[in-house]
Design a protein around this ligand. Structure first.
Ligand SMILES: [Zn+2]
Length: 393
């Protein structure tokens, strides 16, 4: 006789298996699900009925042409519910309302002058109301959850440390949930980016995906066997705080010469501007235009950055062995001036065949990453067998 707990666990595992199969490979019939998953047709029918009742799955149109009983494709009802993704940056929040596939429906950026936790969550709550007011979503679709992405060490919804905001032990998810009355999940912004890539982006058909972010800082994240790796305290992936030169400039973390003090996007632009003796404001776009026009200093700095980051990425690959590395952040603007030297350095420093480095050019990947935090938990996409199953919705 099976215990109730076992039945609940196997039900949760079967739901997860079927949802993930449809997410990765698209709509399919019940018979196809049984063949692919190895579950019995009765088990598939049971789980699918349950998910249809909950409006998480919907039946599609049977294909025309074939004689006899035509199989009905079952698909995920991505449009049935809404989530919001919030990406916190210094001075601003990127906000996006999406369906459950993190397809953007409404986006906006709000400015935040006061970086205190209370002001930040109030700005977030106001942004959520405005997004919902602006929505062009299907009637009846309800807001089911919010994901919030914060650069820092995030553990169980609590921001343990964020240098960028000067936060220590801020229960950011709970603070926002109190204002918006829907579940809120928080994670580091690069972890959220990696999760979105794994669920719906460039990493969709891989099990082990690396993400590299080069923006205001440098960090990496890794999805291992379908799950984002957080480490013991949520501090995994702080690649940019690896020391490149102990005599280098002071870093936001309080140490000297971290990789990101040399090669973050603002550091590169500043070094180029100072090197050229330009007095006015310049942007990465000016720098890449100069590189294209043959400016030796711009080309050299970007090559040095690619080489420097590539060396540390080699150590990352030797440790993690990802199938692919997706690169994001403002520095993707530098294109192959940055990535070609990085690929060459990775060839030299990786012991095994290095993975391809694939830049993600989409501007909205970061806010969508935040939305993916919510969608992942609502679908229970990521949890692995053996983890405690929480009812998906
Ligand atoms: Zn540092």
């Amino acid at each position: 006789m099976k215990l109730k707990g076992d039945q609940q666990t196997s039900r949760a595992l079967n739901r997860r298996l079927i949802l993930n199969m449809i997410r990765a490979d698209g709509p399919m019939s019940r018979a196809e699900m049984a063949t692919r998953s190895g579950l019995s047709p009765a088990a598939v029918t049971f789980v699918v009925s349950e998910l249809l009742n909950e409006n998480i799955l919907v039946e599609g149109e049977a294909s025309l042409g074939a004689p006899g009983r035509r199989p009905i494709p079952i698909k995920i009802n991505y449009a049935g519910r809404l989530v919001v993704g919030l990406k916190l940056m210094v001075g601003a929040i990127d906000c996006v309302l999406t369906d459950l596939a993190t397809t953007p429906l409404v986006s906006r950026q709000v400015t935040v002058r006061d970086p205190s936790p209370q002001s930040t969550v109030e700005a977030c709550a106001t942004a959520v109301s405005k997004l919902l007011a602006d929505r062009k979503a299907p009637a009846g679709a309800e807001l089911s959850g919010i994901g919030i992405a914060v650069p820092g060490v995030i553990d169980q919804g609590v921001c343990r440390l964020s240098h960028r905001f000067n936060w220590v032990d801020v229960p950011i998810a709970a603070m926002l949930a109190e204002l918006v009355h829907v579940p809120v999940w928080a994670d580091d912004d690069t972890n959220a980016f990696a999760l979105a890539q794994q669920l719906f982006g460039l990493g969709r058909h891989h099990r082990t995906v690396g993400a590299l972010a080069i923006g205001a800082g440098i960090s990496c994240a890794v999805v291992i066997d379908g799950a984002v790796h957080h480490g013991a305290s949520g501090a995994a992936g702080k690649l940019g705080h690896s020391i490149y030169d102990p005599n280098g400039p002071p870093c936001e973390c309080g140490r000297r010469g971290c990789l990101q003090t040399f090669f973050s996007e603002p550091a590169l632009v500043r070094r180029w501007r100072d090197g050229k003796g330009i007095s006015g404001a310049v942007t990465r776009h000016d720098m890449v235009d100069a590189a294209r026009a043959g400016d030796e200093m711009a080309v050299h700095l970007l090559s040095e950055a690619g080489e420097g980051i590539g060396r540390f990425l080699g150590a990352f690959c030797n440790t993690v062995d990802p199938e692919v590395i997706v690169a994001g952040g403002e520095a993707v603007t530098f294109g192959d001036f940055l990535f070609e030297p990085m690929r060459r350095a990775l060839e030299r420093h990786a012991m095994w065949t290095p993975p391809p480095i694939t830049p993600d050019w989409a501007d909205d990947s970061w806010a969508r990453g935040a939305a993916a935090l919510a969608t992942q938990r609502l679908f229970d996409f990521e949890s692995r067998p053996g983890e405690i199953a929480v009812p998906a919705m």
